[in-house]
Design a protein around this ligand. Structure first.
Ligand code: GDP
Ligand code: IMO
Ligand code: MG
Length: 423
């Protein structure tokens, strides 16, 4: 079976932490989309580590990790991450990390293009992480991208040069400087040599072999469902299918292999980058959430926008993904509030009320409709069972379950691996 764990909001829900918690039950953890725009934080034994390209199963010794074909891979960031894991934890990842030969490669000019396109957009910029994600997926579907398997080919440099020449024309058109490119290229080619020391293979065969042998695979989502290229607040989205549908295409597995779909959400909402965010709090409460939740991007360090839980949005992404179990994160961040607001619907500019995601949410601002619920307003430290949660937190959990219709099976109360309360 392939179980899926993915984010139901705008990313940074805490996917890395929960993948690490669940990984011992799986033979394989596999990334199926996205790239180094992701920042997945793991904390255990007093250590904190942020992963960008590498699946969050790497700290579980019996777990194989796969970077699937749907991923866009930056060899330079990959090398940096591996070097840091080797240095910090003495890991040898050449043994349990496989890279799909069909994963797309991010080259230095993809990053320049990302920056150039954002600059050209001016105030309408997406707020991209500037890791080259959009331009790399553009080349993939445009059918002139490079793939990891290409680095093994004698014609790699000439394929690379053909692509770079295309990029240079675009950069020139956008009047964007390519200063420093030569240096970035030499780092890039050195990182490609490093990448060759890992097993580069058709991972769709590997995954299916594990499945045929009765082994369990966990597909680790990156970003969040509200950043999905089809269903997010387009164009303020990322360039991949972040929903469950992306798993089949991004790993080469059939729909009938999909088992549980763990949907993970914060007890409130955050968003980093531009785009609509109906429940955003631009006041002291938003500031408090940012401070309590340490809401600063794991990849870019940017402050995250914060706001109350948005049930129409959550219901939408639960539907899109066929979520079978919910995981609620960062309950502790709400400890400071005496009452909590929960958005149950949107009022549209024409006065109508809806609990669905409007198509034109980008152009037409909606007004959230709130219900107030009692907060627990006390520390959750040291609580190790659901029964011992304050009654108001238990009520918050059942309130959300009733509204969404899917059980919350885990509640997280601190960044540490151990602070994950199973229901
Ligand atoms: P991901 O991208 O979905 O893996 O999430 P990030 O790592 O970008 O952001 C989640 C942040 O919340 C990280 O700093 C985590 O260490 C932290 N975190 C995870 N779970 C909890 C929790 O239950 N409580 C608190 N306070 N922090 C948490
Ligand atoms: P994880 O996996 C939060 C956001 C960016 C921007 C938009 C497009 O850590 O949850 P891109 O670089 O993909 O072109 O940026 O998507 N974004 C994320 N926000 N968490 C992420 O990943 C994100 N990856 C991209 O801020 O608004
Ligand atoms: Mg993150």
């Amino acid at each position: 079976m392939v179980d899926i764990l993915l984010g139901l909001q705008w990313g940074d829900e805490g996917k890395g932490k929960i993948v690490d918690v669940l990984a011992p039950d799986y033979k394989v953890v596999a990334r199926f989309q996205g790239g180094p725009n992701a920042g997945h934080t793991l904390e255990f034994d007093g250590l904190k580590h942020v992963l960008h390209q590498i699946p969050s199963g790497v700290f579980r010794k019996d777990c194989a990790n796969i970077i699937g074909n749907g991923v866009v891979l930056d060899p330079v960031i990959f090398k940096k991450e591996i070097d840091s894991l080797t240095e910090k934890f003495g890991m040898d990842l050449t043994q349990n990390l496989l890279v799909s030969s069909k994963a797309s490669i991010i080259i230095p000019t993809h990053r320049l293009l990302d920056a150039a396109q954002e600059k050209a957009k001016g105030k309408d910029k997406i707020g991209s992480t500037l890791k080259g994600i959009g331009p790399t997926y553009t080349d993939k579907v445009g059918r002139h991208g490079l793939r990891v398997g290409d680095i093994l080919s004698p014609s790699f440099k000439s394929k690379y040069q053909t692509l770079v020449n295309k990029h240079k024309m675009q950069l020139e058109f956008l009047e964007f400087e390519t200063e420093g490119l030569a240096e970035a290229e030499s780092t890039f080619f050195a990182a490609c040599e490093f990448l060759k020391t890992f097993e580069i293979t058709e991972t769709e065969y590997t995954v299916n072999k594990y499945l045929n042998d009765g082994q369990k695979v966990l597909a680790e989502g990156a970003q969040g469902s509200l950043l999905d290229v089809d269903f997010g607040s387009y164009p303020f989205v990322t360039s991949s299918s972040t929903t469950a549908a992306g798993v089949c295409a991004g790993l080469g597995v059939a729909p009938r292999t999909i088992g549980e779909v763990y949907g993970i959400f914060k007890a409130y909402c955050t968003r980093v980058g531009s785009g609509p965010f109906p429940t955003e709090l631009e006041d002291a409460n938003g500031e408090l959430m940012r401070k309590e939740g340490n809401e600063f991007g794991a990849t870019t360090g940017r402050p995250r926008r914060c706001g109350w839980l948005d049930l129409p949005a959550l219901k939408y992404t639960v539907m899109l993904n066929g979520v079978t179990q919910l995981v609620m994160m960062k309950a502790d961040v709400l400890n400071i509030f005496e009452t909590l607001e929960v958005c149950t619907g949107y009022q549209l500019p024409n006065g109508n009320i809806t609990d669905q995601m409007p198509f034109d949410i980008v152009d037409e601002e909606v007004t959230p409709i709130y219900e107030t619920v009692k907060g627990w307003n006390t520390s959750l430290e040291g609580i190790t069972s659901f029964e011992n949660f304050p009654q108001e937190l238990k009520d918050y959990v059942t309130y959300i379950e009733d509204k969404i219709g899917v059980p919350i099976t885990y509640v997280s109360t601190s960044p540490d691996r151990t602070a994950t309360i199973k229901r």
